[in-house]
Ligand binder design. Sequence first.
Ligand code: FAD
Ligand code: SF4
Length: 463
Amino acid sequence: MSSIRQKMPEQDPRKRVHNFSEVTLGYSEEMAISEAERCLNCKKPRCVQGCPVEIDIPGFLSKIKEKNFQEAISLVKEKNNLPAVCGRVCPQETQCEEVCILAKKGESVAIGRLERFVADWEAENGLKSKVKSLKQKNPCLPRVAIVGSGPAGITCAGDLARVGYQATIFESLSEAGGVLRYGIPEFRLPKGVLDRELDYVRGLGVEIKVNMVIGMIKEIDNLLREGYRAVFIGTGAGLPYFMQIPGENLNGVYSANEFLTRINMMKAYLFPEYETPVKVGEKVAVIGAGNVAMDSARCALRLGAKEVSIVYRRSEKEMPARLEEIHHAREEGIEFRLLTVPTRIMGNAGRVEKMECIKMELGEPDESGRRRPLPLQGSEFEMEMDTVVIAIGQGANPLLLSRTPGLKLNRRGYIEVDKEGTASLKGVFAGGDIVTGAATVISAMGAGKRAARAIDRYIKQTT
Ligand code: FAD
Ligand code: SF4
């Protein structure tokens, strides 16, 4: 057994900044087996508690050690409907891998990479896991409506289909997947991988209806009256925040949401095949330091920008992005301007030309527990700029919430639920970013799973 973690093969940074192909290339069979052999098979495994969808981690690692990849992926899929997605984008370092016993003295087992390996292995070999699903589009089964096809909605629908419900997802956009489709770029999560996992969920019996804006085409109340026994709301947090500084309305200033949607859903990443306009120019500043900011900065590079900076008001320690994304962004030459806040965006003939910033220092911790950034008087300076992308967070889209009378919201505007996802209206459940605010794929999936159990109990009790 080696105590050294298998390194992930990756595209060379000098090459990959010119293409949108996947950065990480995946383990070979030999690498996967060596990595799985690092697992100590603990009597009381802690990693499972770190996984919101409760995968039998030691179980699937043992199957990899035995070279039984098919059983490994079947075990994973018993709990996780999106293993190739999670293996790529979960912040494992703060989930299952954080509590892995090996992380105490060195590096944890690369659980996420192994999850990706078995999911990809199955697809590459054209195989299908034996996963029980009690239904296949049977009109007599109790029906449940799911609003939103992000990770929360997909998980809730998939889990309900497995236990005998006709789960129908209503998605407002033209394609399913939520942020996995319109936010996370191709070089981190190829659309083909997402499509493959969505097909698997459809194969469980889930129906996905796109171009269905609930709150506009029909309302939650209509769904319940049409015979859906329960409704799960997983509409995410897709409303971008702005900084409220002068100049945000200039041409060349994008919200990250718009920037990434143009690139992903409207396929600007396939230029010149698709001609979606995303003009980035030579110098791009991205405001913020979460995953959304890293994705925007790395996309800007791939669209031809020469200099891309991340502008962040706190220090490196507080950056919320996954460690791997920060590491990859640095390797690709993204500049980090930390302890810096834009105060004004200036333009010429309606287009961005420069940005005024001020330097910050860190004071006492604020309510988030992170040290509060305070402006350093007299430290103002200007940066020349062609494009500014604002990636400082998103909130709840108010459309559906405002059209659902009686649905209780918290003071931040998110849906109030109990720990199982039950909302204030009878038969209505919710989970994912629309409850927690912008969080992670796996926390949304965990919420979808808990809600599916609560919906099953609710329907059984009210039948
Ligand atoms: P979403 O994924 O937002 O899905 C909600 C869906 O509901 C959308 O498809 C939306 O169109 C639909 N919808 C909204 N309103 C309606 C309506 N009225 N009617 C019908 N449908 C509606 N997390 C990670 O763990 N790792 C990462 O690497 C990572 N990177 C990210 C990168 C970006 C660019 C972004 C934006 C987020 C990232 N996140 C990441 C966060 C993660 O993607 C989200 O926390 C997660 O997708 C939330 O899932 P959800 O199902 O709650 O909502
Ligand atoms: Fe870890 Fe995420 Fe996989 Fe769970 S789903 S085992 S948290 S990588």
